[in-house]
Design a protein. Structure first.
Length: 308
């Protein structure tokens, strides 16, 4: 393996005090409800941050799979925003410092990337690593967003993890970071948000709020969430209105609510996502029906929360 440290460039003007937590969120394979992208963009735009290290996109990114956006105006190109994967030093709402790894998920050289991240964690004396991800699940938007918690922080797993399956999953680069950190005994936590399947393609503000709450629970960091919460209330009000206008959709969402509530009350259901036979009999139907309905609404009202 080539030197992992050559994958990133360090900002020589930044001094990072030891003993800080690391928070991570990378976007790539799946980001239901745009939870990770909303969370990281919100933190970068609202907090005081300074770049500590920048990773080399030409080494890690498949540009043909995730093409950068350029702005074309009339007859010429006016803007180019290169893909960004960086480690930043940030301060939360009350001035507590922490490190934040955000940007694209590497397409290539995962082992070398993970070695680079572990090297930075060791060099900077990071005390804990917390990362967030989100997946679509047939759960109702009328209930709090649940999480599956992984890692070696048993206190967080016991307190917060509502669904603990034994299954094979397509991995994220941060899964491999977590796996390696567990081998080293480094305190690490992964939060997977269970986002309503029928809202997975939308920017769902409640998912970002849930991600920030999970990070706060793991780190003690405090984040401003008033703007996201207000956006979330407006978003849910519009979804409720749309569902209320369609009796079939309301019935299907009601079925999800009953299944969710039964599971949370401790019935024999193995999770809020499956029925007594261990199947997902209505997930595709719910997604297809609601997407069809919302697509119809988009043709009537460009202001729908799922438009754009």
């Amino acid at each position: 393996m080539r030197d992992p440290r050559s994958l990133f460039e360090v900002n020589p003007d930044v001094q990072v005090p030891p003993g800080l937590p690391l928070v991570a969120g990378v976007t790539g394979f799946v980001d239901a409800g745009s939870a990770v992208s909303q969370t990281t963009e919100y933190l970068l735009s609202t907090l005081d941050t300074t770049v500590v290290a920048t990773f080399d996109a030409d080494e890690l990114l498949d540009y043909r799979a995730r093409r950068p956006i350029m702005l074309f105006q009339g007859d010429h190109l006016t803007d180019y925003r290169p893909p960004r994967l960086s480690l930043d030093l940030a301060r939360d709402e009350i001035g507590q410092q922490f490190l934040m790894l955000t940007g694209y998920e590497p397409d290539f050289q995962w082992e070398r990337f993970v070695a680079a991240v572990l090297g930075l964690i060791e060099d900077l004396g990071v005390t804990s690593t917390t990362w967030v991800n989100s997946i679509p699940m047939p759960v109702p938007h009328t209930r709090p967003i649940g999480v599956t918690v992984s890692g070696n922080r048993t206190d967080l797993i016991d307190a917060m993890s509502i669904w603990r399956p034994t299954t094979q999953v397509p991995s994220n680069a941060m899964h491999l970071v977590e796996y390696r950190l567990q081998e080293l005994g480094h305190p690490t936590t992964g939060f997977v948000l269970l986002v309503p399947h029928y809202l997975s393609d939308a920017e769902y503000p409640a998912a970002a709020v849930a991600a920030l709450e999970a990070i706060s629970a793991a780190t003690g960091l405090i984040f401003p969430t008033d703007v996201l919460r207000e956006q979330g209330r407006e978003f849910v009000a519009r979804i409720d209105e749309q569902v209320g206008e369609n009796g079939e959709l309301a019935k299907l969402v009601g079925t999800l609510e009953e299944r969710h509530d039964s599971y949370m009350e401790g019935t024999t259901l193995r999770s809020p996502l499956i029925d007594e036979d261990g199947e997902l009999p209505t997930a595709d139907e719910i997604a297809a029906e609601l997407e069809k309905f919302l697509a119809y609404r988009r043709t009537r009202d460009d202001d729908t929360p799922l438009g754009g």
